[in-house]
Design a protein around this ligand. Structure first.
Ligand code: 5GP
Ligand code: MN
Length: 322
């Protein structure tokens, strides 16, 4: 499917555009943000790049990252949200009154998207970056190395380097177009996957040694104390939950991160035939069948009990547990 005419019409009619991606951005969020914004500028549209949180160190190799700033919409008439399934994902840059005064184009690939935009282009795709590539093609904007590198980074991130079950022929064809436009798959993989700082090794070692398993579920926890012990940051936890879900005989992996502010971040991954998105949605979050998450108020112990119960109930409903 190509980008809907409503989406291209909104863009063609806009004077100034602000593109915004989600809080705690990943490669698909930042890749889509910069890739699309750079393309929109090529069609003569002034475009601001915004994200409530800073770009993680691992993505600093991307062109244009210094332009990504925590700026709220100002004189722009069109807001394009990228990879955001609800307005909470926009974080501190969201203001209901301000958004109501602008046109809002919501581009996202999460099935849990709550359709908060004026135009909502939501499809179950491998990455938002894949959708951005189609939008750019529909607008007849030529690709260049910078745009291609950003969009390929989005696809590589969300398919875990073309390993997930949503890596369809269309996704591979999109990747080919981006590589032909000059993006280096080898460079992107090196930047994304070979970033193991000593802090990260310390953190993973300790978290893994305390991981627990029960009824096809594996879980681990990150506390402020552990982060301090390893001089690690939240960024160092990225991918730990994906590592856990690769455990043989496991259907769901959960990573509980105590943010030290009364909130627990829950990161969820499910095996191929299992769907964890319903559990995340039920707990106020969202995501995809195999990768979802939420943020819950409470203590680590309370939230672990709550989420483990919801997870085993879901596994039972899906016939994975007797
Ligand atoms: P991760 O575990 O990598 O942080 O997130 C996995 C997936 O779940 C991502 O696609 C992300 O969009 C979604 N997700 C994670 N946390 C939240 C959350 O708090 N709210 C919503 N709506 N989605 C989330
Ligand atoms: Mn994504």
């Amino acid at each position: 499917m190509t980008a809907p005419a409503e989406a291209t019409a909104l863009i063609r009619g806009a004077q100034r555009i602000i593109c915004i991606c989600h809080v705690m951005p990943d490669g698909d969020a930042i890749g889509s943000l910069i890739g699309l914004a750079f393309a929109l500028r090529k069609m003569g549209k002034p475009c601001t790049l915004a994200c409530a949180d800073s770009v993680p160190e691992r993505l600093l190799f991307l062109p244009g990252v210094t332009e990504v700033q925590p700026v709220a919409p100002a004189d722009e008439d069109l807001i394009i949200t990228l990879d955001c399934s609800d307005t909470e994902r926009i974080g501190a840059l969201y203001d209901a009154d301000l958004f109501a005064q602008k046109r809002v184009l919501n581009i996202d690939h999460h099935i849990t998207n709550v359709q908060f935009g004026e135009v909502n282009w939501v499809e179950q795709r491998a990455a938002t970056a894949e959708m951005c590539l189609e939008l750019i093609a529909a607008l007849a904007i030529p690709l260049d190395i910078a745009i291609a590198t950003c969009l390929l980074t989005g696809i590589v991130t969300d398919t875990r380097s073309f390993r997930t079950s949503n890596t369809t022929p269309d996704v591979l064809r999109a990747a080919i177009r981006l590589i032909e436009a000059g993006a280096s798959l080898a460079d992107i993989n090196e930047q994304l996957n070979q970033y193991n700082s000593p802090s990260r090794v310390c953190l993973w070692g300790r978290a893994l040694s305390n991981a627990r398993m029960q009824e096809r579920v594996i879980w681990a926890e990150i506390t402020p104390h552990l982060l301090a012990t390893c001089s690690a940051t939240i960024e160092d936890t990225e991918d730990l939950v994906s590592f856990l879900v690769a455990t043989r005989g496991i259907d769901v992996a959960l990573l509980f991160t105590d943010r030290g502010d009364g909130e627990i971040e829950v990161s969820m991954r499910a095996a191929r035939d299992v769907d964890i998105s319903g559990v995340a949605l039920h707990l106020g979050g969202g995501g995809h069948p195999q990768a979802a998450g939420c943020i819950c108020k409470g203590t680590l112990g309370e939230i672990e009990t709550l989420v483990l119960k919801a997870t085993t109930d879901a596994l039972r409903a899906q016939g994975r547990l007797s």
